[in-house]
Design a protein around this ligand. Structure first.
Ligand SMILES: [Zn+2]
Length: 442
């Protein structure tokens, strides 16, 4: 353990001295709307040709890099999963988990308190053990592909803030679920499912108010054409807020994004500075139309319900598998029973197997909502060129034209190809003369 920490420390020090912002790989499209000739309205307009013309805006080198980043992500997800199983094995087979439980029980014999202390130790130890992987996937790789310009110390500070948030929130869930395990017997997994649902709702309410501001500075969007357009779109779609903010996402990432977040009175619209800096007004309107679609169709709540169902099945499977695993390995690893917090790494490992396998299902649930928001956004914002352009911009981190099976397995959003095609179809069916004139003027 000491060796591991020493190695880690030396890696951290060497990383801190690397000038991370020197990577000259970022190759976003230039600011402003591009409309390929084949996408302009006219008698020869053809959805497929217009879509191909948009895809051709990407140079072969850009497309190659986009594919490499996204396809590499499939392996990153797999190795992160496998690495997590390895970490669980370290906790169990080295006796680390049992020692942490014993230490927690020496402080207090009260089950809820010793479980809480165990959870805190487990979160911190996991953070340390997973750090080498996080440094590669979330720092080095993002810089390699020009998706982040954040210097290493700032990145570490953000990671530590994330750890602090975890230390506050995660033990609540762990303690509640272990209380259910102790009291509800074989039905603990039903209680656990309800606890996950309640926790989901709680975090979506507090995240925009208490968590997001820890990582970024949010401020009111100054008066001007962007604010006017966003507020007009909000009024037209009855979004109950005049709270429009922007935030400095460029600290961490070069990606463009926006969101409508909050529940019951905490609603706010937030645009990131990359979106404001890199895109044109029609693109911003297209993005906000999409985000408002999520809000109007209650996608956050809907997703909480779906994900709770997924967790319900996952917990039921965990219930069956955990008792068997404990019968088999419990004595060797000195784990007592399922109410023993020292068995948490084992339970987490089993749960991670189920959730990894459920990945395509969860992707499908999210992708379904994203498709709905795309359809809503096009009708709300009526900016097919903006929508097509911004869909092309997202190729910096999402493969533009995957195969059908690839899309089902790995995509939690429609691909750029699908989105541009949707925009061009919309354009074909909405050929208003005023719109055509406006398009020509962009
Ligand atoms: Zn979305």
């Amino acid at each position: 353990m000491r060796l591991l920490i020493a190695t880690l420390f030396s890696v951290l020090v060497s990383l801190a001295t690397v000038d991370a912002s020197a990577a000259p790989l970022a190759a976003d499209f230039p600011t402003g709307l591009q409309v390929p000739a084949a996408a302009r309205p006219g008698p020869a307009f053809d959805v497929d040709k217009a879509t191909s013309a948009y895809l051709a805006l990407l140079s072969p080198a850009q497309r190659e890099r986009s594919d490499a980043y996204f396809e590499g992500g499939y392996w990153v997800a797999f190795w992160s999963f496998a690495y997590g199983l390895g970490v669980a094995l370290v906790f169990l087979a080295t006796g680390l988990s049992v020692r942490m439980r014993d230490a927690a029980e020496r402080v207090s014999r009260r089950p809820w308190l010793s479980t809480l202390l165990y959870a805190l130790l487990w979160i911190v130890a996991s953070f340390v053990l997973v750090a080498p992987l996080s440094i590669y996937t979330d720092f080095l790789r993002e810089h390699q592909y020009g998706l982040s310009e954040q210097p290493f110390p700032g990145w570490v500070a953000d990671q530590l803030k994330g750890l602090a948030v975890q230390l506050v929130l995660a033990p609540i869930v762990v303690v509640a679920i272990y209380a259910a395990i102790r009291r509800a017997g074989a039905r603990w997994w039903m209680w656990a499912t309800g606890i996950v649902f309640a926790f989901n709702i709680l975090t979506s309410m507090i995240a925009p108010v208490f968590i997001a501001p820890l990582f970024n500075h949010y401020q009111a969007l100054p008066a001007g054409p962007v604010r006017d357009a966003v507020l007009s779109l909000a009024r037209a779609n009855e979004i109950p807020t005049d709270h429009v903010e922007w935030f400095d996402a460029s600290r961490q990432t070069t990606r463009i994004s926006a969101n409508v977040s909050g529940l019951w009175g905490t609603t706010r619209l937030a645009l990131n500075d990359n979106l404001l800096k890199k895109t044109s007004l029609p693109e911003i309107k297209a993005v906000l139309g999409h985000e408002m679609g999520h809000y109007v169709m209650h996608h956050a709540l809907q997703f909480s319900v779906y994900i709770t169902l997924v967790f319900g099945v996952a917990f039921a499977l965990l219930h069956a598998a955990l008792d068997r695993a404990l019968a088999r390995w419990g004595p060797r690893w000195r784990l007592r029973d399922r109410a023993d917090p020292a068995a948490l790494p084992l339970a987490a490992a089993i749960l991670s197997v189920v959730l990894y396998l459920a990945g395509p299902l969860v992707n499908g649930i999210v992708r379904g909502a994203e498709n709905e928001a795309d359809a809503y956004g096009l009708n709300a914002a009526r900016e097919p060129y903006g929508f097509a352009m911004v869909s092309m911009r997202l190729s910096t981190y999402r493969k533009i034209a995957p195969g059908p099976i690839e899309e089902v397995l790995f995509f939690d959003h429609p691909s750029g190809y699908e989105r541009v095609r949707r925009a061009m179809t919309w354009l074909r069916e909405n050929p208003s003369p005023g719109f055509a004139a406006e398009a020509a003027g962009h």
